[in-house]
Design a protein around this ligand. Structure first.
Ligand SMILES: C[S@@+](CC[C@H](N)C(=O)[O-])C[C@H]1O[C@@H](n2cnc3c(N)ncnc32)[C@H](O)[C@@H]1O
Length: 300
C-alpha cells in the first residue's frame, strides 16, 4: 500500500473489528490521510464514509486520495468530539462502524513547520487545527511554572518536571526559547541526556506532553465515547486505536463502564479483552506503529 507519508496502522485488524464489509455508513473520527478509509471504500462498494479531522492540510490530502470515491465520502474539519453537538450531521441509524485512530500522523510529524517533531527544527506550534489560538509557544511563554511542571508530569509521565519548568521559565525570560531545537537542547541539559541504545529521548515525552495540552487531546474522550454509544444502534462496532498509555487507559475505562452499563443492562460488549497490538512484521515495516493499541466494542 502506498503510504502517502503516513502508513495506516493495524488496518486488517481495524477493518475486521468494524466488520467493514457490511454495506452502510462508517464514521472515521480521524480521517488523517484517509488510509483506513480508502481500504474500507476500496473493498466495500456498499460503504459510505463520514470523516472528520481538525487538520485542514490532512483533510485536503485525504480528499485528493479518496477522490475516486468522492460520491461516497463526506469530510468535515471538526473535532470529532463535537460531532454529536451538530444536529443532523450524522444519521446514527445508518452507522455500522466508528473508527478513531487517535494522535497525529507522520504527515504532520514530518513537516517541520508544524513543530511536532523534536528532530526537526521549526516553530513551537503543534496545533492540529491551525485556526486555534493556543500554540506550544504560547503555553511555554505564558503558563506559570507550576502548571508547566504538572503538564509534563501528567501527560509526559516525566520525572524532575519542576526543574524542567524552572529552566523553561528562566530561558523564556532571556528570549532563548524560540524553536523546537531550543526546546530540545534545554531538555537535553536538564536530563543530562547522552544517547543510549533503546532509551527514549526525554524530548519525546516533553513534546508529547505539550502536544496533548495544545490540542487538549484527552479532554472528554471518555465522555464522547459514552455519548456516542448511546446514539448508536445495536450491532454498531467501535474501534479505537491509541498511541500512549494515558489515552489507552481512558478508552479501556470508558469501554468497561459501558460494558457494566446501567441497572445491570450493558450498553456494549467488549470485543478485545486485551488491546490488539501490531505484529512484529508490522512494527518492522512501520516503526511508528510500535506503541499502537486497538480496542473494540459492539453496541448491544
Ligand atoms: C493517526 S492520524 C489518522 C490516520 C488515518 N487513520 C490514516 O490512515 O491516514 C490521526 C489524525 O487525527 C486527527 N485528530 C486528532 N485528534 C482529533 C480530534 N479530536 N478531532 C478531529 N481530528 C483529530 C489528527 O489531525 C490526525 O490527522
Amino acid at each position: 500500500m502506498k503510504d502517502y507519508g503516513h502508513r495506516p496502522v493495524l488496518v486488517e485488524e481495524a477493518l475486521a473489528f468494524l466488520q467493514a464489509s457490511r454495506p452502510g455508513l462508517y464514521i472515521d473520527c480521524t480521517i488523517g490521510l484517509g488510509g483506513h478509509a480508502l481500504e474500507i471504500l476500496r473493498r466495500n462498494p456498499g460503504a459510505r464514509i463520514i470523516g472528520f479531522d481538525l487538520d485542514e492540510l490532512s483533510l485536503r490530502a485525504a480528499a485528493r486520495r479518496l477522490a475516486e470515491y468522492q460520491d461516497r465520502v463526506k469530510l468535515f474539519q471538526l473535532d470529532f468530539r463535537e460531532m454529536l453537538d451538530v444536529e443532523e450531521l450524522v444519521p446514527f441509524e445508518e452507522v455500522k462502524g466508528v473508527l478513531a485512530d487517535l494522535g497525529i500522523s507522520s504527515f504532520q510529524l514530518d513537516n517541520p513547520e508544524r513543530g511536532f517533531s523534536f528532530n526537526l527544527e521549526g516553530p513551537l506550534d503543534m496545533r492540529m487545527d491551525t485556526r486555534q489560538k493556543t500554540t506550544a509557544e504560547k503555553i511555554l511563554m505564558t503558563y506559570p511554572e507550576a502548571r508547566l511542571a504538572e503538564i509534563f508530569k501528567k501527560y509526559g509521565e516525566l520525572h524532575h518536571t519542576r526543574l524542567l519548568a524552572r529552566k523553561i521559565a528562566s530561558q523564556r525570560k532571556l528570549g532563548l526559547l524560540k524553536n523546537t531545537t531550543d526546546l530540545k537542547k534545554l531538555v537535553e541539559e536538564v536530563y543530562r541526556w547522552v544517547p543510549q541504545k533503546n532509551h527514549l529521548h526525554p524530548a519525546a515525552r516533553v513534546f508529547q506532553a505539550l502536544r496533548i495540552e495544545v490540542n487538549q487531546e484527552l479532554k472528554n474522550l471518555d465522555v464522547f465515547l459514552d455519548r456516542l454509544v448511546r446514539k448508536c444502534l445495536p450491532g454498531t462496532r467501535l474501534v479505537v486505536i491509541s498511541f500512549h498509555s494515558l489515552e489507552d487507559r481512558l478508552v479501556k475505562k470508558a469501554f468497561q463502564s459501558l460494558a457494566s452499563g446501567e441497572n445491570g443492562q450493558p450498553l456494549v460488549k467488549i470485543l478485545t479483552r486485551k488491546p490488539v497490538q501490531p505484529s512484529p512484521e508490522e512494527i518492522e515495516a512501520n516503526s511508528r506503529s510500535h506503541s499502537a493499541k486497538l480496542r473494540a466494542a459492539e453496541r448491544i
